[in-house]
Unconditional design. Sequence first.
Length: 95
Amino acid sequence: MSLLHEYRCLSGYPCDGGASEWIRNIDQERAKIAREAWELLLEDTMSVREIAEAIHERGYRHRTGRPFVELTSTGKRKANINSLCNIFHNLIKWS
């Protein structure tokens, strides 16, 4: 298994074939989140943390079920932005 294939598997894609299989199996719910996040980013009015808040308010969660915004034990809101940053940095994956 190639490093690229392993990366795709870790990113939430099915690990049942090569690149053409990977493209056919893109999770449409995940693609919808990525598309909405990109639209917000391209408006150039929000930070990545604010985009996480907006996506969270729309009811979306990470693939694992983790919310995009969590409350810490001290009551502060913490935006979980790692997956959004990955989406923004991996343009080819979403084109």
